[in-house]
Design a protein around this ligand. Structure first.
Ligand SMILES: Cc1ncc(COP(=O)(O)O)c(C=O)c1O
Length: 462
């Protein structure tokens, strides 16, 4: 192991890193990034990497968009802070809410701003509770999410998240949050079950769960169109059609978590359009500002807004909001990002590049280490397995995913491993066709090196 740089040593002594093995970090140190350009980022030694994850599924416009920088600087000079509490307002927030209402994939009455995907989903939970109190059905409060869902880490959002590491030793989930089955055909379909049959079974299981819990107590269902951090899981054919039938039958409020899928990632402006379902509300974040500054939003349909009006009339205020809800600098950057998405036809561009991206991804399915290569639009993943035929996973202690990530970084590519040795790929939407090829060339070399290493370590069956 090479000696740690000065910055790396200072990092270890000062920072708590999210989603990091804090013990292992003390030996390996962090990868310290210094600057970015296009789809590339550069570390403190000057080495270039393709940012194959757009940061955390978010820097849609890459790393050197001057228009976004200018929008932030101009707003900072004009009104660097303004809030929306106690009937105050400012034009960037008003204009952004108008714009989001125009482009939202579902009828939207109002927009509520917050700062992160987690805050957006916590807000969704609170708005559902608030609405059902206003509507005189105080028992209808449970929210159904799904195993392997990722909806964030604040207390309610982490409870919605269906991943063990977000619950273990945090005393989560809170009561009233339920998890339905995960729509991953490769892992959870029965032998010989078609995608459509699997989708119908999941919907039947959802129906049974609701009836077991008592439909009068179940309020909402939340889903990512394509699951992201749970493993880039594309649902089986017909899944949302079947699930939406169940939601409608029990009058559930349906929330599409568009934090990753929103703004072009799947080749459509919003993920629910690609997956063909109509929620009542969406949560957006990340690419809303191309991640140059934090911002998120929740859309509110008219029926919910009317209920909120009643409730706030009764209580005297709508008692929810963040200091930075609708921050003018973030709103100005978001407005500029949305202008660029429309002007440069970023969604159409993503749709045009998707076949090349998905073909290169699918080809990795032939690799001896890859059990399944899957994706949609410009997002994908490869699931690494010890045994392709039995789909047997590696022992997590062997840390194959982290090793593959390290080889990829040596090859000049940033990818992420997520639960179960899944490597995810989600580059900036502006990636050029030649850069897509380069990304997959580098990933292929990293997988070859991982295979050599795993064979030497006798991690593969003989
Ligand atoms: C689908 C989804 N929802 C919510 C979140 C949480 O967002 P944040 O990390 O901004 O709180 C994420 C983050 O990756 C996400 O992918």
């Amino acid at each position: 192991m090479p000696p740690l740089s000065n910055l790396a040593v200072r990092d270890i002594e000062t920072l708590v890193h999210p989603y990091t093995n804090l013990a292992a970090l003390r030996d390996t140190g962090p990868l310290v990034l210094e600057r970015g350009r296009g789809v590339f980022v550069y570390d403190s030694e000057g080495k270039a990497y393709i940012e194959g994850m757009a940061g955390l599924w978010c820097t849609a416009l890459g790393y050197d968009n001057e228009e976004l920088v200018e929008a932030a600087a101009a707003q900072m000079r004009k009104l660097p802070f303004g809030h929306l509490f106690t009937a105050k307002s400012h034009d960037p927030a008003i204009e952004l809410a108008e714009r989001l209402k125009e482009i939202a994939p579902v009828p939207t009455s109002k927009v509520f701003f917050c700062n992160s995907g987690s805050e957006a989903n916590d807000t969704q939970v609170k708005l559902v509770w608030y609405m059902n109190n206003a509507l005189g059905r105080p028992k209808k409060k449970k929210i159904i999410s799904r195993l392997k869902a990722y909806h964030g880490v604040t207390v309610a959002a982490a409870s919605l998240t269906g991943l063990p590491n977000n619950h273990l030793d945090f005393d989560l989930p809170i009561t009233g949050i339920l998890h339905a089955g995960c729509p991953h055909h490769y892992r959870f379909a029965h032998a010989g079950e078609s995608e459509e049959e699997f989708a119908r079974r999941l919907a039947d299981e959802l129906d049974a769960l609701i009836r077991r819990e008592d439909p009068d107590t179940v309020a909402a269902f939340i889903a990512e169109p394509v699951m992201g951090a749970g493993g880039v899981i594309v649902p089986p054919k017909g899944y949302f059609r079947e699930v939406m039938k169940v939601c409608r039958a029990y009058d559930l409020y349906m929330i599409s978590d568009e934090v990753i899928c929103g703004f072009g990632r799947l080749g459509t402006m919003f993920g629910c359009t690609a997956l063909d379902f109509e929620p009542h509300s969406i949560s957006v974040a990340k690419a809303l500002t191309s991640a140059y500054v934090p911002m998120a939003a929740v859309t509110v349909p008219e029926t919910m807004y009317q209920a909120m009006l009643d409730e706030s009339r009764k209580i005297g205020t709508f008692g929810h909001g963040f200091t930075y809800s609708g921050h003018p600098v973030a709103a100005a950057v978001a407005l500029k990002a949305l202008e660029i998405y429309a002007r440069e036809r970023i969604t159409e561009q993503a749709a045009r590049k998707a076949p090349q991206f998905q073909a290169r991804l699918a080809a990795l399915g032939q690799h001896p280490l890859v059990g399944e290569a899957r994706g949609l639009g410009l997002v994908g993943a490869v699931e690494l397995v010890a045994d392709k035929r039995s789909k047997g996973s590696f022992d997590p202690k062997a840390a194959v995913g982290p090793r593959a990530v390290r080889f990829a970084e040596e090859e000049g590519l940033i990818v992420r491993f997520i639960v179960g040795d899944v490597l995810s790929i989600c580059p900036p939407l502006i990636i050029a066709p030649a850069e897509i090829d380069e990304l997959f060339d580098r990933l292929g070399r990293a997988l070859d090196r991982t295979l050599d290493w795993a064979t030497r370590e006798r991690l593969m069956p003989a």
